[in-house]
Design a protein around this ligand. Sequence first.
Ligand SMILES: Cc1ncc(COP(=O)(O)O)c(C=O)c1O
Length: 398
Amino acid sequence: MPTATAAAITTRTDAEILEIERAELIPLYAKRDIALVRGEGSYLFDAAGRRYLDAMSNYGVASLGHAHPRFTAALTDQLNQLTTGHQSFGNDVRAELLTEIATIAPEALSRSFLSNSGAEAVEAALKFAQAFTGKRGLIAARRGYHGRTLGALSATADKKYREPFEPLPIPSTHVAWNSPEALEAAIDDGTAAIVLEPIQGEGGIHVADPAYLAAVREIATNNNLVLIVDEIQSGFRTGAPFASVAMGTVPDIVVTAKALANGFPIGLTLVTEEISASLPSGAHGSTFGGNPLAARAAVETLRIYREDGLYEHAATLGAEVVSRIEALQNPGIRDVRGRGLMIGIELKQKSTPVLRGLQERGVLALPAGSTVIRLLAPLIWERRQVDELMIALADVLS
Ligand SMILES: Cc1ncc(COP(=O)(O)O)c(C=O)c1O
């Protein structure tokens, strides 16, 4: 009989943990100087036991906070049932997830492809658009971010990520944000798809004008292009499952990931029946995609969002955060913007020292671009957490 006792994880200090990671990992990330080892609700703890207010959900994924009892119970139950299950077999939990997805997806997006990350959801969308149109080219937005695998990177705008790998596999043009004219002018005979975020996340929290999305929808339809909307970061935290749909635009493909399963790795590419029907069997696949453990994580997360009213809560609390930051009337703040709990504070200075100051005051937030502080709080935040954020923010900006 296998033993039921797991081997303990060695106890190390923050410095020791970081030293091992610095020595052993390929140094691709600018590391912050704490190690996060535990989470509870809206708080994270480092190895020294110091508590931090989580205003970032680990890049927008842990939307139910940490160690959410109902989420933990569901995953524990699933671990005792079945964890892996290839899609060449059926699975009860995957079927349940597809039923849940059908309740949040716009009616026209009736087919799902399940994968394991945001970039994978984008890769699938790009392949599907190419297969459907028989063309290869993309139009994406300046400042847009869609991931760093080679296909997704073709859509991502930032030169810093692109240049070492050029020429990238998909011909792409990056056009001005919020300008239907610029987008229309970039269409040529090789264009297969338009790829946009409804709210640019990494690019600095820029919310699309609903009229812009509607115009893009019309341009895509008139030119037989596939409109792919990337809701990987905006999904679930802006007051609705999908910000684009809430703003009145139904794309041909929606991709999402991050908050779909409260941080459990998953990717979802939602497409129309017509696109789905154009794909030959074997056009795409994933060993881990749609596995029962990830599916259970997503099922429970989507149920909690709905049953606990977290879409509405994100909208209300997010509006309160924005108005309280505006009320600070701090001369160091250039702009505050966002939708729901996807909020950017644009500063008149670089964000790094302010983020460091927040961390020293026990608050973890993120950068977006060089001057924007990005807040992606868990949707379970209450006014108490907003109060804590405001105290730290006012202090660090004073
Ligand atoms: C809008 C958007 N698209 C795609 C991605 C890539 O997702 P992942 O990091 O899971 O590959 C991200 C990640 O930040 C994102 O914000």
